[in-house]
Each structure stands twice: as structure tokens, then as C-alpha cells.
Write a protein that binds this ligand. Structure first.
Ligand code: HEM
Length: 128
């Protein structure tokens, strides 16, 4: 049904929680990503939960609390290379596996993550 949001089709709040909880332990294990994140990951998880809820068409939890996401600007303090964007996407792909998201729904979600991750790149890569 094209009138339902991606948020509803993916299973709403429960699925967003599952993705966030599957994603950050992987980020913390990743050699390229871990150094960028604080040891206390809980507040980051909470903001990502709020953000993804609205990103996929659920209630605007993030903006209600933090204002406009300005996602690229908020990432500028961190050196995000193409390699780090790929690492982020690998962690997210595994998180989508954990949430059992498959098929066309996964493709739709994936293209939004893929595009947004590419948009966050703010440093050149190691290789030419
Ligand atoms: C925050 C890294 C892509 C959403 C952060 C933080 C880092 C980071 C280091 C700050 C954590 C802290 O508070 O100390 C990265 C890297 C990416 C990436 C390396 C690779 C491309 C994305 C993407 C999204 C996203 C694709 C959304 C789809 C967020 C959100 C926050 C955040 C919502 C919290 C912003 C806030 O402070 O309110 N990210 N990120 N990030 N990231 Fe990313």
C-alpha cells in the first residue's frame, strides 16, 4: 500500500529499536568507526532512535527534541572518509539482517541509508 509509511511497513517502533540495538555494538567493534564514538553510547543510540523514527516517516521525535537534524553539519566535526561510510553501511546491513528485513522493503530502506551515508562523507579517502 503506497499510502502507508516506510516506518509502518517496516514494523514501527519495535523494528527501529531492534536496528539501533543491533547497529551500535557493531560500530563499537569496527576499527574505523569505534574511535569516533564516545564510550557511553547510550545517548547516541537514543538520538539515532529518535532520528530514524522520523527519517522513515514515523513521529518527528528527533526534531521535537533537538530541532532540525542538519545531519551533514552535525557530522562535520568527525572525519568521515569513503572507507568510514562503507564501514557504517556494513554495520547497518548486518543490523537489517538482525531485524529480518528483506526483499523490496530492504531495498527501499537500503537506498535511503546508502544515499545519506554518501552525503556524510567530508574527507577524502586513503586511496586514489
Ligand atoms: C551522530 C558518525 C552516517 C545519523 C554521529 C556521531 C558520529 C557519527 C561520530 C556523533 C556521536 C556523538 O554524539 O558523539 C557517522 C559516520 C557515518 C555516519 C562515520 C558514515 C557515513 C550517518 C547516517 C545517519 C546518521 C547515514 C542517518 C541515516 C546520525 C545521527 C546522529 C549521528 C542522528 C546524532 C546527531 C546528534 O548529535 O543529535 N554519527 N555517522 N549518521 N549520526 Fe552519524
Amino acid at each position: 500500500d503506497p499510502t502507508t509509511t516506510l516506518y509502518e511497513r517496516m514494523g514501527g517502533d519495535k523494528t527501529i529499536r531492534t536496528i539501533v540495538e543491533a547497529f551500535y555494538p557493531r560500530v563499537q567493534q569496527d576499527p574505523l568507526l569505534a574511535p569516533l564514538f564516545p564510550a557511553d553510547i547510550q545517548p547516541v543510540m537514543e538520538r539515532q532512535y529518535q532520528f530514524l523514527t522520523q527519517f522513515f516517516g514515523g513521529p518527528p521525535l528527533y526534531s521535537h527534541i533537538h530541532g532540525h537534524p542538519r545531519l551533514r553539519a552535525r557530522h562535520l566535526p568527525f572525519p568521515i572518509t569513503p572507507e568510514r561510510a562503507e564501514a557504517w553501511l556494513r554495520c547497518m546491513s548486518a543490523a537489517l539482517d538482525d531485524a529480518n528485513i528483506e526483499g523490496e522493503l530492504r531495498d527501499e530502506i537500503w537506498s535511503r541509508f546508502y544515499f545519506t551515508a554518501a552525503h556524510m562523507v567530508n574527507q577524502p579517502g586513503e586511496e586514489e
